[in-house]
Design a binder for this molecule. Sequence first.
Ligand code: NAP
Length: 232
Amino acid sequence: MNIADSTALVTGANRGLGRQLAVELLGRGATVYAGARNPDSVDLPGAKLVQLDITDPASVAAAAEVAGDITLLINNAGSSTGSGLLDADVEDIRLEMDTHYFGTLSVVRAFAPKIMANGGGSILNILSVLSWFSLPAIGAYCAAKSAEWSLTNALRLELAEQNIRVAGLHVGYMDTDMTASVTAPKSDPAEIARIALDGIGAGVYEIVADETSRQVLAGLSGGAAALYPHLP
Ligand SMILES: NC(=O)c1ccc[n+]([C@@H]2O[C@H](COP(=O)([O-])OP(=O)(O)OC[C@H]3O[C@@H](n4cnc5c(N)ncnc54)[C@H](OP(=O)(O)O)[C@@H]3O)[C@@H](O)[C@H]2O)c1
């Protein structure tokens, strides 16, 4: 895909990785819709603002009318409730699935027909190394990211016939609000945005953006015993 010729929508573009993706798209010459729950929170000169709460069907439908000329959709918006699966409030667990899985699916269902009508294009879902590896303290987030990975794989097959390439990006910790309490090394979201768009430009289906994700991907073939060696 030629990024400079594209018209893109980034969900959750007001901060974090989403903002960096929008900045990078603008820098490469794309036309950019910056989607945000609160458009007043977007500071992106040159971007078009779109109100978009991915868990609100009316908001998604309205955004699809406003930004119906897109050829690139980046599903970046994500929640992080810090919930384990056994003891956390079930509403928080549900929010993770509502956002990462049903929210992303809702946006794809609204925009895929638009992209197809515009001659085809690409969809990028921002996934995680935690689509492949679980941390029990945030098991709800991990399960939602796994579900979003599976959704990405299924949609890739379904939308290929409609001239829409569906990609996923896997990455470990990035330095954003989401990881404010994490002290482990974090990558710069501006660098991850560059890797993401290089991948989309090159037609890569699975963009593995950092060393942590590459190691976990390589470890998957060893099964649970290799991934979780501390298990009794
Ligand atoms: N940070 C990491 O280490 C890391 C690692 C791997 C993957 N990821 C993924 O990367 C993506 C971006 O995360 P980030 O680190 O940039 O997080 P962030 O700084 O916490 O930003 C999250 C973004 O998602 C938006 N959002 C949340 N729920 C939404 C909804 N229902 N509708 C629309 N927008 C919504 C937020 O909007 P508001 O400002 O309105 O809340 C915000 O713009 C997420 O999908 C996350 O799962 C992050």
